[in-house]
Design a protein around this ligand. Sequence first.
Ligand code: SF4
Length: 355
Amino acid sequence: MPQTELQRSGFMPARVIHLHPSRFCNLACKHCYSASGPQERLHLPPAQVIAALEVLRGEGYDVLSLSGGEPTLYSGFEQIVRSAASLGFQVNLISNGAPIGGHLLDVIAQYVHLTAISLDGAPATHNEMRGTARAFDYVERAVERLSALKLQFGFSYCVSRKSLADMPWAYEFAASAGAKLLQFHPFAATGRGSQMAEDNTLSSADFARLYVLSKLLEAHKQLAVQLDIAPVELIRDLRGDYLVLSADYVSDLSLGDMVSPLVIDETGMMYPFSYGIDPRLAIAKVDANLRAAIMAYKVAGWHRLRLLLDRAFAALDSYNGEFIDWFYHLVETSRTLDFSLSSESILLPDSLYYE
Ligand code: SF4
């Protein structure tokens, strides 16, 4: 499949799992979308995750992206990346950089395709967002260590109102460090980020600036640039890529054909598309009954997915702005759904969902 602009903006050709095995983190960033931090202890048993990955590989998923929390501090990290790689997953990682060193570098070298280090702006802005004056030092040290071993790395850059102007700096920094990828994703007012939405959320004019700046930087071709917003018109044209919107039944489809990215959170629940989506859209729980739960989803649960997508595309007609963060739009739309008005809701086995 050719790599179009939209595929890079979210409609990915690969079938991706975003695994958040724990919300434990050495930092407690002010904007953390998952409200992770040093006090969080809830985590998934590694054996449970590995069993689920076997099932999900059979459902067509081929990329595993680990985040969290800080995924390298998760007790099952090595076990999971080793098992995922042996199942044939391409394993990627998003880290704040602080733990990267020592034995972890050997594990990354053996099993991880690309390590993305998170960045929130030039050093002062980054440190302020991360709540510690050492945060940028961690980034530089991780980059030095990954570079010394010639391991592939990139940056995942959060574009807020404060860091928008630092985008050219980020490109220079990434290019001179030898990064392969620079991902620009807009600040999302979820998790702890919801408490700082006013000062950081991008306006529709900022979205246009982000789009233009990213295209100008991409033209330098020193590294790949991924942009997580797209023109509304382009999103609208890709409605047909969602097979659940046109299928009469989906039992012949793999889950990977229906839902990508697939999110697994620290409670073991699987959700479509994005962390923070309404719990009523849950697909299944990662446990011993996963195969049966996925089958049940393909019989009945997928109607909720269709309703979400249908409403999200319909809302584009009144969308205010030329550019959109499609996955955040799906999160917001999921919270407005009223399943009591949907005839499909009577088909759903209640045990599969949180209400
Ligand atoms: S944003 Fe990342 S580094 Fe910061 S607290 Fe959340 S998980 Fe940890």
